[in-house]
Design a protein around this ligand. Structure first.
Ligand code: GLN
Length: 282
């Protein structure tokens, strides 16, 4: 029966106007309507028929609603996360932060991890999946986001290694950490936006006139939070390397940069200054 193939083709054509990935979106929404994974749908499509709910899901996508909010899930690194409109949808770009951490800790593992602005918990929980002995703290100012993150930790079986706390960046946090992961809001207030971001929480996206407001809050907190041989992996906008690096180097920190898959500057790899690291070795 060609029903699945035909309906996917028609849905892909319809979604071309609202999405940069219409075929993928159609497949993810049909798999969701069938209650199966996308790869299962693709393998079994000749034996399947299209459930009535599919049209409704495509209709929601046609209004611009992001696929991840319709299906309620998004994959990130090695894990699958529940997402709601209370949280930013995890992006593949942000996996650059985990890559930076994997490189930094080559041959050893971070024991303690801090995720500032944890949202869905994506970065913290991906790191806890990567390093199975590590423990972590996720901080967010949004109670709705913290509920999503705690739920994700429980679903992944990480509740005993993950704690969550409401907070305004690192205010009131006295501990220090081997690995700090931060994907703050960094979009300039006046930036013209389209697509999924129009449906995402503003508090997770915008950071003042130029997008630097939250980096300015975070930078002075990092020296006390970061262990001497630790790493802070900080997401940045593609054109923010110089501006954000300067905020961290002004705190005596050392900064490297990592690119995302598109080749854009995406992650600052922030370490303690060389003299602090040398004291550790000596
Ligand atoms: N990377 C996101 C975007 O450009 C923004 C997320 C953020 O501000 N942290 O859509």
């Amino acid at each position: 029966m060609a029903e699945v193939a035909d309906r996917l083709r028609a849905a892909t054509a319809a979604l071309g106007g609202v999405s940069g990935t219409p075929r993928l979106d159609a497949e993810l929404l049909l798999a969701h309507a069938l209650g199966m994974a996308r790869h299962e749908l693709l393998l079994r499509q000749r034996d399947l028929s299209v459930p009535a709910a599919f049209d409704g899901l495509i209709g929601r996508r046609l209004t611009g609603e992001p696929v991840a909010y319709i299906t309620g899930t998004r994959d990130f690194w090695t894990i699958s996360l529940q997402v709601t409109p209370d949280v930013l949808i995890p992006r593949p770009d942000s996996e650059t932060l985990i890559e930076a951490a994997v490189e930094h800790f080559a041959g050893r593992a971070p024991e303690t991890i801090l995720d500032l602005g944890t949202g869905s918990g994506a970065l913290l929980l991906a790191a806890l999946d990567q390093w199975r002995q590590a423990r972590g703290l996720g901080v967010d100012i949004s109670p709705g986001a913290l509920a999503v993150a705690a739920d994700n930790a429980a679903r992944l079986g990480f509740s005993d290694r993950a704690a969550f706390r409401m907070g305004d960046w690192a205010d009131g946090i006295g501990e220090n950490f081997d690995l700090i992961l931060i994907n703050p809001p960094y979009i300039a207030r006046s930036a013209p936006l389209s697509g999924d971001v129009l449906h995402e929480p503003e508090g997770a996206l915008f950071a003042g006139a130029e997008g630097y407001d939250d980096y300015r809050r975070i930078a002075p907190q990092l020296p006390r939070l970061l262990r001497p041989d630790g790493l802070a992996a900080v997401e940045i906008g593609f054109d923010q390397r110089e501006g954000v690096s300067a905020l961290f180097t002004a705190q005596g920190l050392e900064v490297g940069v990592r690119h995302d898959l598109a080749g854009h500057d995406r992650c600052l790899a922030v370490r303690a200054c060389p003299s602090v690291r040398q004291d550790l070795q000596g």
